[in-house]
Design a protein around this ligand. Structure first.
Ligand code: DGT
Ligand code: CA
Ligand code: CA
Ligand code: ZN
Length: 588
């Protein structure tokens, strides 16, 4: 049994006991034990099996040691099973409601039989709760508001929403003069498309003051837990934020540890062990040294920990970009000293997917041009929808040809300093045909082909439609190839490896749609395309000038797929892209 699993069980036991109104000191013992076990690089299971005395470990007392033995030997805890007989599992959801502690939750369960959030909502609405001892009409209203927060607490947040919260938190915490250093770790730093919670690391002259400052952040709805070095809060949108205070000699080690991913860190610790070192959230230590035994960077045997790069250097590795830390290619690259220079926003020279007022966009071509030039781009493609997308005023051949005449006129006024491309986001119809006649498509500079309809078709059908579009001589790229909408709609059934293979064969491009609602292709598919030599176009699919700001989310996703500049087609000039499509290798 892994340490993380053991820690989870101990925390679960503490939650059940808390609900029962157990002694707070006992709860704290279990929770501290869980924290120590989670942080330890030594496997509890192995220690138990070799008869080691766990109580010698920092943070582990008799009762925790006993539970660990039972867990390792039997795979479960008798006490949890007994408690679960009495307490339905959904009851613990009640504890996530702000202003509802374990004592009150127990009263609701005992007196009204409330077992979950839905029942609590109904009871509050029926005004049954206000009659209970210790509750009133005011509590009832507070609970109703809190239920909505708790109900959202299991959701993962899209990267753009998390990004906004990070900005607001940074600003709020920076106002505290005790703050010396602040980093957001976890999945947010790894640039994942969704984030479960935010993990903040803080170095401060006065830690309590920074914790107070976070607790005073206006959107904070609930303080979940506060200890000497850790504060967990829930915001009114359900989002959880974990703040940890870290010392200066441990800051880099903690940043490395809490950035994860867990699998990436397991490999790093394994490599440390081979060098008789131990890496944990407090630092890099020589095994068996006084510093290691006490997790104290000030004792003899401390090797590194101030900066993240020092931690990697201690095991002979270069610093690895957080976007690559998913245990995919990063160690193989690092070992060959071949970590890629990852694509940057500033490498992007043009945007090849956007909409205007002609279909479902909010801005005119000229407004899009101005916004693109402000951002330093050299060219844009106007890709309004084609006629099939009638709800979005998709363009008929006639309207499209008129738009292209307008683009010719505009280009003439731009004097070659900026280029507007004549394009279209052409639907791949349900029967596989393109939504516009071939002779029209043949006159475009750039054609993106998309599936918007018939998305319930079989894997064979949808895949065949996309492969067909790839074969079409005028199609340049397939946009949002899986059609997924993050948190809203899964991908349609499509064989992406087959699409990638076909794109490679027919010299076509695949899109990484940078809208944080899509981020399609995802990082794994992008990686697959890189391995197959299929170029990616990172485009914003802007429906208004503000959409250009999403470019960074697409670039971040590309970084997670390990892409460098040469893998992304719109890091080239427009003539360079044309040359690639023609198969002419001489042009850049
Ligand atoms: P999330 O919040 O679900 O989007 O994903 P993460 O990766 O931010 O995960 P989180 O917040 O649970 O923990 C942050 C990092 O801390 C994680 O990537 C690695 C480290 N970590 C957390 N719990 C454990 C654990 O039980 N064992 C190990 N080895 N590392 C952990
Ligand atoms: Ca997290
Ligand atoms: Ca966390
Ligand atoms: Zn579009």
């Amino acid at each position: 049994m892994e340490n993380g699993k053991i820690a989870d069980r101990l925390e679960h036991l503490a939650a059940l006991l808390e609900f029962q109104g157990a002694n707070p000191f006992r709860l704290r013992a279990y929770r501290q034990g869980a924290e120590a076990i989670r942080a330890s690089a030594t496997a509890v299971a192995a220690a138990v099996e070799s008869g080691e005395d766990l109580t010698a470990w920092a943070g582990i007392g008799d009762s925790v040691a006993e539970k660990c033995r039972e867990l390792v030997q039997t795979g479960q805890l008798q006490q949890i099973q007994e408690l679960e007989q009495q307490i339905p599992p959904t009851v613990l959801d009640l504890l996530r409601v702000p202003n509802l502690g374990p004592k009150k939750a127990a009263v609701l369960f005992r007196d009204l039989g409330i077992e979950n959030l839905d029942q609590l909502r109904e009871a509050c609405q029926a005004q049954k709760v206000r009659g209970l001892k210790g509750f009133g009409a005011k509590t009832e209203a507070l609970l109703l508001a809190g239920i909505e927060i708790a109900a959202q607490a299991n959701l993962r947040w899209r990267i753009n929403d998390a990004d906004q919260m990070v900005h607001a938190l940074r600003e709020h915490l920076s106002a505290c003069s005790a703050l010396q250093r602040l980093e957001f770790a976890g999945s947010f730093r790894r640039g994942k498309e969704t984030v479960g919670d935010l993990d903040l690391l803080v170095l401060a002259t006065d830690g309590a003051a920074v914790m107070d400052q976070l607790a005073g952040f206006a959107p904070v709805a609930q303080v979940i837990a506060r200890g000497g070095t850790k504060l967990s809060v829930r915001l009114d949108n359900g989002f959880q934020v974990d703040l940890r205070l870290v010392g200066p000699k441990s800051f880099g080690a903690a940043l490395q540890y809490f950035t994860g991913s867990q699998q990436h860190n397991v490999e790093l610790r394994h490599r440390a062990k081979q060098r008789d070192l131990k890496i944990n959230e407090w630092g890099v230590f020589r095994l068996g040294s006084p510093a290691e035994l006490a997790n104290d960077p000030d004792l003899d045997g401390w090797v590194a920990g101030r900066e993240e790069a020092d931690v990697y250097a201690a095991v002979g590795l270069p610093w690895i970009d957080p976007r690559l830390r998913e245990l995919r290619d990063e160690y193989a690259w690092a070992d060959r000293d071949a970590l890629p220079r990852l694509i940057q926003v500033s490498d992007i020279r043009g945007d090849l997917h956007m909409h205007t007022v002609a279909s479902d966009g909010e801005n005119t071509i000229l407004e899009m041009v101005a916004a693109a030039r402000e951002r330093g781009l050299d060219y844009i493609a106007i890709t309004d929808h084609s006629q099939r997308v009638s709800v979005a005023a998709g363009l008929t051949p006639e309207r499209l040809l008129r738009q292209w005449e307008e683009i010719d006129r505009l280009n003439a006024t731009l004097g070659g300093e900026f280029r507007i491309l004549k394009s279209i986001e052409c639907d791949i119809l349900e029967d596989g045909r393109m939504d516009l006649p071939d002779d029209v498509l043949a006159r475009a500079d750039w054609v993106m082909a998309s599936v918007h309809f018939g998305i319930k078709q079989s894997r064979e059908q949808i895949t065949a439609r996309i492969l067909g579009a790839i074969e079409h001589p005028s199609v340049s790229a397939i946009s949002h190839p899986t059609g997924r909408l993050i948190n809203r709609r899964p991908a349609y059934e499509v064989d992406i490896p087959a699409v990638i293979e076909h794109a490679a064969k027919h010299r076509k491009i695949l899109e990484l749609n940078a809208s944080p609602k899509r981020l399609d292709l995802d990082d794994l598919h992008v990686r697959m395309a890189r391995l197959a030599g299929v170029p990616i176009v990172i485009s914003t699919d802007s429906h208004a000038v503000g959409g250009f700001d999403n470019l960074r989310f697409g670039v971040q996703q590309a970084q997670r797929g390990g892409l460098s500049r040469e893998h992304v087609i719109n890091t080239r000039s427009w003539p360079g892209i044309q040359a690639w499509l023609r198969g002419d290798a001489s042009q850049d």
